[in-house]
Design a protein around this ligand. Structure first.
Ligand SMILES: Nc1ncnc2c1ncn2[C@@H]1O[C@H](COP(=O)(O)OP(=O)(O)O)[C@@H](O)[C@H]1O
Ligand SMILES: [Mg+2]
Length: 261
């Protein structure tokens, strides 16, 4: 199914609708146009030429990292990343990702301490602009937990609440341009499971992913990322399997994104 959508993403003509406000890169929403393409299909198109330069990631590589994140998500069978391809577009080569409508409730929120939804996991206390205490919380949701694990594997340096989209009950993560660095850079709002043991199914999925990284997935990823970056991803999976639990924020690196949502 996703491969069919990916084929459409590659083949369609991109009709620019507009630039997304608040995006840090030149991020554009397009309609997919072409024979046999459903009229409602849209995509996010991020041209490489519009990527903001970052001090810690090599220039012009963010689009490829988005594709790599999609490939890992597909390989592990979690389908957390909307279908993503690399292709040429109106502003040159870039990444193109299926637009998913966020129509569910937000699973990551900032609330007053007395308004934490039952069973939700507190992540961090903070003071808001008017000096009142607030708490960053997220749901204890199995789909979100998988996303947290995925982020550890891909070393996601920017998992904000707004990058978690609930579309018709399916949870998606978006904005994976700053993943797969060789150094630890996990920066996320999903710290609620720190110290919790990995479930059997999670361990099994990680073992399978590890095998795939040693095989065909690894080969494919090396055509998209640098070889050391693929090796580092495999090492992170090994480390998760060795400790058998969700890690906590690392020292010496800002572990929470700003803004959080
Ligand atoms: N595939 C998608 N489907 C729906 N909305 C998306 C998708 N990708 C991004 N968005 C929305 O667009 C916003 C900006 O995109 P993002 O990927 O965060 O761009 P940037 O890399 O410039 O930060 C996101 O916060 C999200 O609200
Ligand atoms: Mg973003």
């Amino acid at each position: 199914m996703d491969e069919r959508v990916a084929a459409l993403l590659r083949a369609a003509e991109l009709a620019v609708e507009g630039r997304l406000a608040g995006a840090s890169n030149a991020t554009v929403r397009c309609r997919l146009v072409g024979p046999s393409i459903p009229a409602e299909l849209r995509c996010v198109y991020k041209p490489v030429a519009g990527e903001r330069a970052l001090w810690d990631f090599p220039e012009g590589t963010l689009a490829a990292r988005e594709l790599a994140a999609y490939l890992v998500s597909e390989a592990v069978g979690w389908r957390l990343v909307p279908p993503t391809v690399l292709r040429d577009g109106p502003f040159g080569p870039g990444m193109c990702q299926l637009w998913v409508d966020h129509d569910g409730a937000s699973l990551v929120r900032i609330v007053r301490p007395d308004a934490v939804p039952p069973e939700w996991l507190p992540v961090r206390n903070a003071v808001d602009g008017s000096g009142r205490w607030v708490v960053l919380v997220h749901a204890d949701d199995v789909r979100l937990r998988r996303m947290a694990l995925f982020d550890i594997v891909v070393n996601n340096a920017d998992r904000k609440g707004g990058h978690v989209l609930d579309s018709a009950g399916h949870l998606y993560g978006v904005d994976h341009g700053v993943c797969f660095h060789v150094e630890p850079k996990l920066r996320t709002v999903l710290w609620g499971w720190t110290g919790q043991p990995l479930q059997q199914a999670e361990q099994q999925a990680l073992r399978e992913l590890r095998e795939q990284l040693a095989g065909r997935l690894g080969t494919t990823l090396r055509s998209v990322l640098r070889a050391e970056e693929v090796t580092a991803a495999a090492t992170r999976v090994d480390e998760l399997l060795r400790t058998g639990q969700f890690p906590g924020p690392a020292e010496g690196w800002p572990s929470f994104p700003w803004p959080a949502i």
